[in-house]
Design a protein. Sequence first.
Length: 462
Amino acid sequence: MPKHRHIVTVRDPRDSVWQSVVERVAKREAQQAAVAHRAATAMQAPAPSAPSALQAHLDTMVEAANAQVFDRDELAQGRIPESFALAPQGAARSLGGVAATPMVSGLESAKRCASLSLQIAKAKVFGTDGQVQVLQNAFDFNVCDPFWVKCVNEYVTHFQLNGDKIPYRAGLDNLLPTPVSANATIALFGDWGTGTQDALDLLQQIKGFKPDILMHLGDVYYSGTQDEMQERFLDVCESVFGASMPTRFSLSGNHDMYSGGEGYYWLVDQLDQRASYFAIQNDDWLFIAMDTGVHDFDPIQGGSSATFLMSSEASWVNQLVANKGNKKVVFLSHHPLFSAYDPIGGSSLNPVLLSQIQDSLPQVTAWFWGHEHRLGVYDPFQNLQRGRCLGHAAVPVFADGTGDPPKLAGVPVFHQNGKPLDMGAADGIFKHGFAIMTLNGQSANVSYYRQGDTDPLWQESY
Ligand SMILES: [Fe+2]
């Protein structure tokens, strides 16, 4: 624990599904080989190659698939020049520069096969027979491991099986009986489901605050399969908290939905969350978690489109707020209402989501969201007093030296000492972070921490 040193997230949801498929096939191959090896050993028959040798080979396959989609994503976004992406400069660069990894023999040829296989898989699901044939000829010309054929078949099967709707649980009045004490400590963190050492370390740091509630703002990578929910959410929580587990919640993000949502809803049942939307409360506070992932599930269309709530859920949210009495309201979601950084359906604001909850917004003390892998703190905007993005818990993001300045005009970013809050970087990667909300009767303090820091980067009180 953790099993994954690297995490590579890309913008094309079809690639996220591919990453899950490759990992799943590799895991299955390793398990089958281990069984065969044990059986052969027990029978004193000639054993197939040692499981450790096969594991190294499978690790290379997974690494190649991740490196290939990562390089293409970087190219598409213009963050690296073509020559750099295509030259075999070493795996460390290809995998996010997280750790200096020695060049793996055969990695580059595996990347070629990974690339061709993904193209074939996509052509089979989304393209034409002609495209498949051309790509298949290229694939046959290269000497590729049969592993890739299994991945292509699994990818095609995935889309045949998961072409239906997300198993959204509509119509629940899901105000949970979860106790929230008057001085509860709530950890807020988003896009954390990577299973990496960084994710483990961050949760370890959170543990130091003795949280009563872990509020994960969604996204378990790569596509929210049950295995990924187990390994990258439950197992990591277990290894950090063991028997003293806080109450846990995990919101519905786009990556959670890319595999069709079954893994996510399985997790929801492990957490006693009942649904992808829920509310918890005490005498002074009402927390309402909304499901914005349900309309950002499409591995074909997904990415940066303007998602929205199910209409029944929006009505439920507005009704809760209308009947809140003297309670202060906190909204929680995976997707942002607005952004000064990444366009939402081509705009800085999600007008569909806004239209659904705009009557409630003046009553909302703060809205915490994730999705963008950064800290974002905003001045009042669109009748929302405090929009806060906390999607920087675990996914590595390159720091290009510019400090991630706001890119979209018109959205007011909070400034301290004349500039936005600065997460800083280490080894070319932006630092990760989280927030700790401490209730104190009717008031609350929210402290924003950087990974590894003892003192908060910034704090606010309501
Ligand atoms: Fe997301």
